[in-house]
Design a protein around this ligand. Structure first.
Ligand SMILES: Nc1nc2c(c(=O)[nH]1)N[C@H]1C(S)=C(S)[C@@H](COP(=O)(O)O)O[C@H]1N2
Ligand SMILES: [Mo]
Length: 369
């Protein structure tokens, strides 16, 4: 085992704070990501919260503020299961770093994403219980982990619009993949906000506040924003740039992974695609000749609204160097932008450009070397 129960082949970007993603092949193997292959993204030390002592404070512009124990949350509200993909805004940042350096941010490959079955109470049921005042526009989450990355250093927090908070897919989850949520993924309770950047799925949550503005927390007001390409990230202040919430159409090639050496001959190219909120992935195309020709990949069934759609295609690779590309289309006819340079931003968020895998193809056919 590597750190925090992750597999030995985990790619660890930082040990403290712990930031790690699975090896691409491991991530592509299953529709549901095993917990030991699920990425971990942290901004401070991982807190150890005693579930018996844990309380969730729900307050702000509400009629009846409450303090809930884990037992209260589990017994006073119906339990719901949602299978949902989480994806970090920094997923695929390495493609941006090739365009221009992004100091101070981890070079995530395509593994800052994972799909799990979460169980918990619906946030909307808790909101209904406290009674939101008319003027409430945002639901803010607060956690106890203090981040020194934030300026000034502060505990992690963020918010989502109340319209999203009232959707049935948004959970206060205490279970992941059929087991009690573990410490590194936010025990005892985390928020799960499907189709929003992972930053909004606050772990170790201990306070929910209903308010008439977004959270003033550093990770809402200053970070997780798309600054203008020429902006100085170090000088960015509260409210600068485009605040990220819902993510956009994206895809990645997981196998063969970018940079791999493979044998010539037949290969299965495979990966994932995710659609934006309320959209569906309806087509994924793959090119083996740097974009001259494209073939439709075979897609996994589209029967889970909040999850990625994995895809695969059999291809023939000739000896030499090869560039595989993949691009997803959604049901509004949108397709991913081709060029990471057109999307590059100083903090390196939301690289949704075409997936690229550059391969060294040896001359021995597959299976004969
Ligand atoms: N309390 C807290 N919640 C947090 C974070 C954090 O650092 N502290 N990181 C966020 C980010 S940026 C992401 S992408 C997801 C990652 O969740 P995971 O570590 O369970 O994969 O958690 C989010 N929730
Ligand atoms: Mo993230």
């Amino acid at each position: 085992m590597s750190h925090w129960g992750k597999r030995d082949d985990t790619i660890v970007h930082e040990i403290e704070p712990f930031n790690a993603e699975p090896a691409p092949d491991a991530l592509g193997e299953t529709r549901l990501t095993p917990t030991d292959a699920f990425y971990s993204r942290n901004h401070g030390p991982i807190p150890e919260v005693d579930p018996a002592a844990w309380r969730l404070q729900v307050d702000g512009a509400v009629r009846h503020p409450v303090q809930l124990s884990l037992d209260d949350l589990r017994t006073q509200f119906q339990t719901h299961h949602v299978t949902a993909t989480l994806q970090c805004a920094g997923n695929r940042r390495v493609g941006f770093i090739e365009v221009a350096d992004i100091p101070g941010e981890d070079p995530w490959r395509g593994g800052a994403i994972g799909t799990a079955t979460w169980a918990g109470a619906r946030l909307r049921d808790v909101i209904a219980a406290v009674g939101a005042a008319e003027q409430v526009t945002d639901v803010a989450f607060q956690a106890p982990d203090v981040s020194r990355i934030a300026s000034p250093p502060q505990a992690y927090g963020s918010s989502i619009p109340i319209s999203k908070a009232r959707q049935p897919e948004v959970l206060l989850a205490w279970e992941m993949n059929g087991e009690p949520l573990n410490r590194v993924h936010g025990a005892p309770v985390r928020v799960v906000v499907p189709s929003y950047i992972g930053a909004r799925s606050v772990k170790w949550i201990d306070r929910i506040s209903l308010q008439d503005e977004p959270s003033a927390n550093y990770f809402q007001a200053t970070a997780y924003r798309i600054l203008a390409p020429g902006a100085d990230a170090g000088a960015a202040g509260s409210g600068d740039g485009i605040s990220l919430g819902p993510w956009s159409l994206n895809s990645e090639i997981l196998s063969p992974a970018d940079g791999a050496t493979v044998h010539s001959g037949r290969h299965v190219v495979s990966g994932y695609a995710v659609a934006a909120e309320h959209r569906r992935v309806v087509r994924v195309e793959v090119s083996t000749d740097a974009g001259q020709g494209w073939a439709d990949a075979e897609l996994e069934p589209d029967d889970q609204p909040w999850t990625w759609r994995r895809w695969r295609l059999d291809v023939e690779l000739e000896p030499g160097s090869a560039t595989l590309l993949a691009r997803a289309w959604d049901d509004s006819g949108a397709q991913q932008p081709s060029d990471p340079a057109a999307l590059w931003n100083p903090k390196g968020y939301a690289n949704t450009s075409w997936a690229r895998a550059r391969l060294d193809v040896g001359s021995a056919p597959t299976g004969l070397a």
